[in-house]
Design a protein around this ligand. Structure first.
Ligand code: GCU
Length: 698
């Protein structure tokens, strides 16, 4: 059993609105559509029927229509046999044929417009979804239903085109059914080295299409053992079936690839990207893959990182590695998405110039402009690894001649592992809105990865998925807001974090003002709260090694020397200015200057960029040590407030849902208290400075 998540369509429509859902009109019959376009269109029609069932309790009547010379003709006589004076209302899904396209923007794949059609003479009053692609019809239909559920009414949208070309989910699912950093049960893609195709598969495709996702990588970036064999005959039939299901929802399937596959799968003695044997092996492999899975999207590659093989072994660059694959996949229209998460995890941190934060830029900046056009560099939002607070990676705004994609983590690896509530959309908004100053205007991360800053076409956004086979998909019911939010933001970058949260709550829970207001408070304050009671001011990593849940002040797993954050009796922080590791210099000048100077560096990133004394004052006027004490106490109080507000919802929520969320919030509170006590005690002991408010610290 699984939840319908936000597709439950529990809307309350007034009688006049309900009438629209009594009829659905479509023109896929009178249009020549490819099989897959038709499939998407049919799914849209199906979606209207599902919504109608929820809103009016019945299936709607269905009619075909044609439009010629601007006139709409409904193909079915009884449609006109309505009682005198009565208006016919309905929802019309209009696939605009190429030669009738009047609006430029509809050309963007997936664009749609919702518009009212009103005909006095024929007494017709319809809400139309217009698009010239199956995906557009589908997205427009989901948008129309969303309006009905959230607002109780439908309104013109004008043309809505997806902001980012690629809107992808990365699953870190292993073939044995486990999920790396998975916090919602096991994989629903794999079990016991087999590919699973169940009722859930189709529902998942529908769920993520409803928020605009158009690409899914189904296996873990760490490709080992049987996963290397995904590109071999044993798995093709299932992959083909899977890709057909997803294609019907406008989603392409991608795989993570093992750079050493020519050795591990092909029996070659090396995987040097310049070796002729290796190149030939890949050429044949790509041909085979596309013969078997014609609508396959391409590959995601983690190379030379955390033990994964890559071109470095052969003294080759990442451009040489990526381009070799890209060249062989190009004839089939495939993409190579190459990750920039490349660093040496065995670095000795005692050397003051050594800095993991520099690694992505140091490795990839010299390669700007050297990648083929079907290669995209996928860059994590920060230079480290999905900490609760990091600056934006300087590769954004650095790279100017390379296709780029932003990678965020929807799974809450370092942000409470879906046991704590932590709504991440506000963090992603900050990243997307960050001005890189690489150009005079249109210089934000969102501008860059949507092709507005530089003329790049292959670009977009990827999120590491937080789903699993738990009945509610995401373990914590409130974590579904992150999955929903990621999709909505990838489609429409102009939405605010508040708007998205509001939508998600309205789509998911009963419509009661108190539910909306209390859950809004919890979601919108949850990232800040988590940040307050965990590691302070951007320092990061004070978390249990490898596991990444719960406090451990010296927990950085790759640090055998216990000096990662460099705390001593006087102060803490890594000096990353030009006086230290020089990391600040990787930014464009304006940002470099801002971060370089303690007085202009934003407080929340202070300890990321600078070594600061406990007695130094922050912009708030507080000393650093007092800020650490206060924020840890405040964070815990905020979680208590979440619980208080949530308990007010008991009578309105399903009992099981209420209990499940309450259990998680209760665990969050005790974990937050532990964080507070461990971190405050550490700083109290190491600094020897008392809390001004004389609270008990241990
Ligand atoms: C983090 C995470 C790993 C993951 C890696 C990656 O380090 O802990 O589990 O493999 O990121 O993004 O490749």
């Amino acid at each position: 059993m699984y939840f319908k998540a936000w597709l439950d369509y529990d809307g309350e429509l007034n009688e006049s609105m309900k009438k629209y859902f009594s009829t659905v009109l479509s023109n896929y019959g009178s249009n020549v559509l490819s099989k897959v376009e038709r499939q998407m269109y049919l799914h849209a029609v199906e979606e209207v029927k599902t919504a109608a069932k929820a809103f009016i309790g019945n299936k709607p009547d269905e009619y075909d229509f044609m439009i010629s010379d601007g006139n709409l003709t409904v193909i079915k006589e009884q449609y006109d046999e309505k009682e005198d004076g009565e208006w016919e209302k309905g929802i019309l899904l209009y696939y605009v044929p190429e030669n009738q396209m009047d609006e430029e923007a509809l050309i963007t794949e997936g664009a749609y417009a919702i518009k009212r059609y009103y005909d006095e003479e024929k007494r017709l009053d319809l809400w139309t979804v217009r698009a010239n692609s199956g995906a557009g019809i589908l997205y427009g239909t989901f948008a129309l239903i969303r309006q009905a559920v959230c607002e109780g009414k439908i309104a013109d949208t004008g043309i809505v085109a997806p902001f980012h070309a690629l809107r992808m989910l990365n699953h870190w699912d292993n073939m044995d059914g486990t999920i790396e950093r998975g916090y919602s049960g096991n994989s629903f893609f794999f079990s016991k080295n087999q590919i699973l195709i169940t009722e859930r598969t189709t529902f998942y495709a529908r769920l993520i299409a409803s928020v605009g996702i158009n690409g899914v990588v189904i296996n873990n970036v760490n490709v080992k053992d049987m996963a290397t064999r995904l590109i071999s005959p044993v798995y093709y039939a299932k992959l083909r079936e899977l890709s057909k299901i997803f294609a019907g929802y406008g989603i392409k399937i991608f795989l993570s690839l093992n750079f050493a596959a020519p050795m591990e799968l092909g029996g070659l003695s090396e995987c040097d990207p310049l070796s002729e044997d290796v190149i030939r092996w890949w050429k044949e492999k790509m041909q085979e893959v596309y013969q078997e899975i014609p609508d396959f999207g391409g590959f995601l590659v983690k190379a030379d990182s955390e033990g994964r093989p890559g071109p470095f072994t052969y003294g080759r660059t990442h451009a040489e590695g990526a381009n070799m694959l890209a060249k062989e996949i190009a004839p089939y229209g495939g993409l190579i998405i190459w990750r920039c998460f490349v660093y040496n995890c065995r670095q000795d941190w005692r050397d003051k110039k050594t800095d993991r934060a520099r690694a992505g830029y140091d490795n990839f900046m010299p390669l700007d402009g050297k990648f083929l056009d079907n290669v995209i560099l996928q860059i994590k939002n920060g230079p480290m690894d999905f900490q609760v607070r990091e600056p934006v990676s300087p590769l954004f705004g650095g790279l100017m001649k390379t296709n780029q994609m932003l990678e965020v983590q929807i799974a809450q690896e370092y942000t409470g592992q879906q046991r704590h509530v932590c709504y991440l959309v506000p963090m992603w908004k900050e990243v997307l809105d960050f001005h890189t100053y690489c150009k005079e205007n249109e210089d934000t991360v969102a501008d860059i990865i949507s092709g507005r800053t530089f003329p790049i076409r292959n670009c977009g956004i990827a999120g590491v998925s937080n789903t699993g086979d738990d009945s509610n998909w995401t373990g914590h019911d409130l974590a579904a807001a992150n999955l929903y939010g990621f999709g909505r933001l990838s489609f429409d970058n102009h939405l605010t974090a508040e708007e998205i949260a509001k939508e998600w709550i309205s789509m998911t829970f009963p419509k009661k003002p108190i539910i909306l207001s209390n859950l809004m408070y919890i979601l919108m304050n949850s990232w800040r709260a988590y940040e307050s009671y965990t590691s302070p001011l951007g320092i990061g990593w004070m978390v249990n090694p490898s596991y990444h849940y719960g406090p451990n002040v010296d927990g950085y797993e790759y640090d055998r020397w216990g000096t990662y954050h460099r705390a001593d009796c006087k102060g803490i922080g890594v000096e990353r200015s030009s006086k230290g590791t020089g990391y600040t210099l990787q930014y464009q000048k304006k940002n470099a200057l801002m971060y370089e100077d303690v007085s202009t560096c934003p407080d929340e990133l202070l300890l990321f960029f600078h070594r600061v004394l406990y007695t130094d004052r922050l912009k708030s006027g507080k000393t650093l040590i007092q800020h650490i004490y206060d924020s840890h106490f405040e964070g815990v109080e905020e979680v208590k407030e979440f619980i208080r507000l949530f308990c007010q919802l008991e009578e309105y929520l399903e009992e099981a849902v209420f209990q499940r969320i309450l259990n998680r919030l209760t665990e969050q509170l005790s974990s937050a208290e532990e964080w507070r006590d461990v971190v405050n005690t550490y700083f109290h002991r190491i600094s020897g400075i008392e809390d001004e408010k004389a609270r008990i610290i241990y």
